[in-house]
Design a binder for this molecule. Structure first.
Ligand SMILES: O=C(O)CCC(=O)C(=O)O
Length: 315
């Protein structure tokens, strides 16, 4: 198959062809080459110098209970640690293999919708009262419990399998996620778990209908849009390891089991080009919806968890 070939005189590069084929088949592409590991180490040192990634990140139980606020607790313009390091991000944003791959999928003039530092918080840094309270929750984004001045980073204590479309009601899956490890990530460092091929069923409301079948496979059902067997891929890698995935690809993390935090960069990148682009070939093959009016059914009206169920922690 040559999904990218538009005319007889247009020959896609080997990377471009691989990226489109990988997105069609797996809903993800894992880059063979890392982004500059030395630049990762420098940025990581600067990020670590901004705070201690320990219990001091968190509000006391009394302070939290005095006025729980579950929404508006993620980084946003004006409160985003990466804004401080904007001039240092060329090792990612101008990395030739990333630019070529993203341009292949989204066309030129793509737009960075969002970029931030994401932290997997190790168990030893989560206060006991909080660990007990969030036990079994599907989405343990800890922003609600973090002191306001530290909400310039997103902190996770694991997050169940989800699509990144979850944050974009009524938006088409016209974007991808780019995710970069700033240091080596082993099984203990809350690596990403990706369900290859899960994107083929299109948008699906969280939490998802997944049943484990065998060591690495999941049966994934998306209502009337059908079912598929998706293979679990655990993304361990060295400093600079980079992956990107489709907005409908299921992925998640378990709580960080190491004695130190896991720090990554996460970008959402959207198309602006009217087309045709590589993503058209990917989306044309989806069996389910490209957008959803409602993306999640796990939250109470105040944004707290109404569902206590977690699949990725059983993986
Ligand atoms: O970094 C993590 O632990 C989870 C990140 C993730 O899945 C997301 O931000 O969508």
């Amino acid at each position: 198959m040559n999904a990218l070939r538009r005319s007889r005189d247009f020959e896609p590069s080997a990377l471009a062809q691989t990226v489109v084929d990988d997105f069609i088949r797996d809903g993800a592409h894992l880059f063979a080459d890392p982004v500059d590991p030395a630049a990762c180490a420098d940025l990581l040192a600067e990020i670590r110098a901004t705070r201690d990634f320990d219990e001091s990140l968190f509000l006391s139980q009394a302070a939290f209970d005095a006025g729980p606020q579950y929404t508006g607790v993620n980084p946003k313009p004006g409160r985003n640690l990466l804004e401080r390091f904007e001039v240092r991000l060329g090792f990612v944003e101008q990395a030739p293999q990333l630019v070529e791959a993203i341009t292949t999928l989204l066309g030129p003039d793509y737009e960075i919708l969002n970029k931030k530092v994401v932290c997997g918080v190790p168990s030893g840094s989560v206060p006991d009262w909080l660990r007990q309270r969030i036990q079994g929750n599907p989405v343990n984004n800890l922003g609600a419990y973090v002191r306001p001045q530290y909400r310039d980073v997103t902190y996770f204590y694991g997050i169940d399998f989800h699509q990144d479309l979850i944050d974009y009601k009524a938006r088409e899956a016209d974007f991808l996620t780019l995710y970069i490890y700033l240091h080596p990530v082993t099984r203990a460092d809350a690596p990403l778990y990706l369900l290859e091929g899960s994107h083929t069923l299109g948008g699906s409301v969280f939490p998802h209908n997944l049943s484990r079948i065998g060591d690495t496979d999941w049966l994934y059902v998306n209502g009337r849009h059908g079912e598929t067997v998706a293979r679990q891929k655990i993304l361990t890698g060295g400093a600079g390891f980079t992956a990107m995935w489709h907005a409908c690809t299921l992925h998640g993390t378990q709580p960080d089991a190491a004695d130190h935090e896991r720090i990554s960069l996460r970008y959402l990148v959207a198309r602006r080009h009217p087309g045709p682009v590589g993503l058209d070939a990917v989306n044309a093959r989806l069996r389910g919806p490209l957008s959803l009016t409602d993306t999640r059914a796990d939250l109470a009206a105040d944004g707290s968890a109404a569902v206590k169920r977690n699949t990725v922690n059983q993986a």
